[in-house]
Write a protein that binds this ligand. Structure first.
Ligand code: PMP
Length: 387
């Protein structure tokens, strides 16, 4: 083969250099199976991803149904296991029906695009997750970005709507960067008053909030609400992989018929379905796990703020701690890691408000000793504590 006279992708190298110069280069850090590090950056909130019942069910599902689902859901990729998970997930969270997707990301793209239209209006919270934002873009609906956690701003945008298309308000239930909760009941009231639908991404609420971990919409009295649709991920509290949309049966049937990330995507792998189903059954049997993860988050917050660090009281499992500058945040996270604790680091441009922070996540299986070590490490390495 003749060499290219000119490398058509040379510009990617230049773009990478720019990123490196700005201190923003992202790289992968493969985790060994037996890492000695204490993980406060992942989303395995209930500590179920390595629970023997969950891993055993995942392995058994792969043996019984195959390593992959073998096709898209509407062709050959739907197993009886998928149907079981959909029925149990819907019943647990209090909704009529559910549809499983290959990720929470795909579930969000599906829900936003299928429940809006090019002639419609979407009102989206300024702090929403990237997958909801991408859903808005793909929908080709007019999207109004409302001030963060401001139901009155959402009501005004919805009330001022012109045109005949569907209206939809979209929000995370628990915002992924700061871990603060959305005012769901007030948002639902704003939607009801203006005839709009409400789409709630409960990725960080399922298994953490609500009675026995039934999620933030359940806690807000919205379970079974005809105007509410909920998306969840199977990859956080349920320790597996995949996503789902929950809501009234006709809405779910509409998604099955129209959502491109459902129709043109291979069905979720049986191991992931089996793992999520086992985790859901464990959660039903051990309803104290959600209370424990919330207590760990509060314990972490209390230790950090008692030491003078600036953190917001967590509404769920995420504890966000302010750093004085982007460089300080990066150095802080690196020092935590060197001391055996993995913390998330968020800084501009990944955060819309320009505030850098460490993002710590609580886990139900963290022991008191581990909690003390984690908090002690974050405090000891804090930028303000340096000479
Ligand atoms: N929504 C939110 C709020 C999330 O934090 C995430 C995961 N980071 C997703 C959706 C996407 O879920 P998944 O990882 O299952 O694709």
């Amino acid at each position: 083969m003749s060499p290219y006279p000119q490398d058509p992708f040379a510009w990617t190298g230049a773009a990478l250099e720019d990123r490196r110069d700005a201190g923003l280069l992202r790289t992968l850090r493969p985790r060994p199976a037996d890492s000695p590090l204490l993980d406060l950056a992942g989303n395995d909130y209930l500590g179920l991803s390595r629970h023997p019942e969950v891993t055993g069910a995942a392995a058994e599902a792969a043996r019984r149904w195959g390593a992959g689902s073998g096709g898209s859901r509407l062709v050959t990729g739907s197993t009886e296991l998928h149907a079981e998970l959909e029925a149990e997930l819907a019943a647990f969270c209090g909704f009529e029906a559910a549809l499983v997707f290959s990720s929470g990301y795909a579930a969000n793209l599906a829900a936003v695009t299928a429940l809006s239209g090019h002639d419609g209006l979407i009102v989206s919270d300024a702090g929403n997750h990237a997958s909801l934002i991408d859903g808005c873009r793909l929908s080709r609906a007019r999207t109004a970005v409302a001030a963060h956690a401001d139901p009155e701003a959402v009501r005004k945008e919805l009330a001022a709507r012109t045109g005949e298309g569907p209206a939809l308000a979209v929000t995370d239930s628990v915002f992924s960067v700061d871990g603060d909760a959305a005012p769901l009941a007030a948002l639902a009231a704003a939607c009801r008053a203006t005839g709009a639908g409400l789409l709630i991404d409960d990725a960080h609420g399922l298994g953490v909030l609500g009675d026995g971990g039934r999620g933030a919409p359940h806690a807000a009295g919205l379970a079974g609400d005809r105007g509410t649709v909920v998306t969840v991920t199977l990859s956080k509290a349920l320790g597996s992989q995949g996503g789902a949309v929950l809501g009234p049966a006709p809405v779910i049937a509409h998604l099955l018929n129209t959502a491109r990330t459902f129709i043109f995507d291979t069905g979720l792998a049986p191991a992931a379905v089996g793992g999520a189903l086992a985790a859901l059954r464990l959660l039903r049997r051990e309803p104290e796990r959600p209370a424990r993860v919330r207590a760990v988050a509060t314990g972490l917050y209390e230790r950090l703020t008692a030491a003078g660090l600036e953190a917001a009281r967590p509404d769920a499992a995420v504890v966000s701690v302010r750093a004085p500058s982007p460089e300080a945040a990066v150095g802080w996270a690196a020092d935590c890691r060197a001391s055996g604790v993995v913390a998330g680091c968020f800084r501009p441009p990944s955060v819309p408000d320009g505030i850098s922070r460490l993002r710590l996540t609580a886990r139900a299986d963290l022991t008191e000793d581990q909690l003390t070590k984690a908090a002690g490490t974050v405090i000891a390495t804090a930028p303000a504590a340096r000479p």
